[in-house]
Design a protein around this ligand. Structure first.
Ligand code: CTP
Ligand code: ZN
Length: 153
């Protein structure tokens, strides 16, 4: 997208999450535990035209550089996410979200009798499979709609 079409300003320092699936931005923010209470700039553009994806979302988080581990969690709902680390207005690093082996404390297990849903809850752990995720405790598998199982209250 050329500069005159920019929907949100360039940022000085922080992280730009680009090529997120259209409509996924709020789930991406929830996964990162960003809700605006940090007091730093957060810009969200949803359903922006994209040559590669048709439509995409873009999230710009100022004054925070996301780690590879934080970014990898996003691959569950945004497999083609590009992560740009911006310093002094320039993109200094560009990385892809990569599928992690497992994710902890990110998803809730849909099995109500799972130990992770007990009164004294255990932190969730899901192993990441080719086509879904599997609870590390009860082996319940989530294949579709992973974003509907975010444990980020
Ligand atoms: N960006 C920003 N603030 C900056 C620099 C870049 O918000 N100071 C944003 C751009 O608007 C873009 C993303 O970071 O959404 C990546 O920037 P850049 O690598 O310059 O763009 P492209 O080459 O289009 O990226 P790609 O090849 O990954 O599509
Ligand atoms: Zn379970």
């Amino acid at each position: 997208m050329s500069d005159h079409e920019l929907r949100v300003s360039k940022i000085r320092d922080g992280t730009v999450l680009d090529h997120l699936p259209g409509g996924s931005a709020l789930n991406v923010l929830a996964m990162l535990d960003i809700d605006g209470s940090e007091g730093t700039g957060v810009s969200v553009a949803m359903n922006v035209p994209s040559e590669r994806l048709g439509t995409k979302d873009v999230v710009k988080v100022e004054e925070r550089e996301l780690s590879q581990a934080e970014v990898d969690v996003l691959s569950l709902i945004a497999p083609r996410a590009t992560v740009n680390i911006v310093r002094e207005y320039a993109v200094r690093e560009k990385k892809q979200a990569e599928r992690p082996e497992s994710v902890r404390g990110v998803l809730a297990c849909p099995n109500s009798s799972c130990i992770t849903n007990a009164e004294e809850p255990v932190q969730t752990r899901f192993d990441v499979l080719e086509d879904g995720v599997r609870c590390g405790y009860c082996e319940e598998i989530i294949r579709e709609g992973i974003a509907d199982h975010l444990d980020v209250a």
